[in-house]
Design a protein around this ligand. Structure first.
Ligand SMILES: [Zn+2]
Length: 138
């Protein structure tokens, strides 16, 4: 095999390697499904959102109830928040939750988990290894 063929082969091998784009692993923010029903805001996909964030639904709910300053009930997989809200407002809170409790402040990746150490909570990034303290939801 001549040098030319070898180069060509290398070239071909490179071209066939999967392209790793800059957007690889970019996090797609889950979108809430919410409709206002009387004086209740009904959100039907909170369990899916919690699963996408890999966080317990209880933690997400606690955050939402506090942010919306209201109470609510779980009915099947639907969560009924008492009050009138715009769906965009609920979505903003989901984004806020992600920024605070899911996305790594260092690298922005969502591959994180939370740990508790003594009386503090930390967000640990599986992508870059960063460890940042996060507030505890009481
Ligand atoms: Zn990170």
């Amino acid at each position: 095999m001549g040098k030319y063929d070898y180069d060509k082969l290398l070239d071909k091998a490179y071209k066939e390697m999967p392209v790793i784009s800059k957007d690889e692993g970019r996090f797609e923010m889950p979108q809430i499904k919410a409709v206002q029903s009387g004086n209740k805001m009904v959100v039907s996909n909170l369990p899916q959102i919690a699963a996408a964030f890999r966080r317990p639904i209880e933690h997400l709910l606690k955050f939402m109830l506090r942010e919306l300053a209201t109470t609510g009930d779980l009915k099947g997989s639907e969560y009924h928040f008492v009050g009138k809200f715009r769906p965009e407002f609920i979505q903003e809170k989901i984004v806020k939750y992600a920024k605070e409790f899911v996305l790594c402040p260092q690298c922005g990746k969502p591959d994180t988990h939370m740990i508790k150490e003594q009386s503090a909570s930390f967000l640990v990034c599986e992508a870059c290894g960063a460890k940042n303290s996060v507030r505890m939801l009481k």
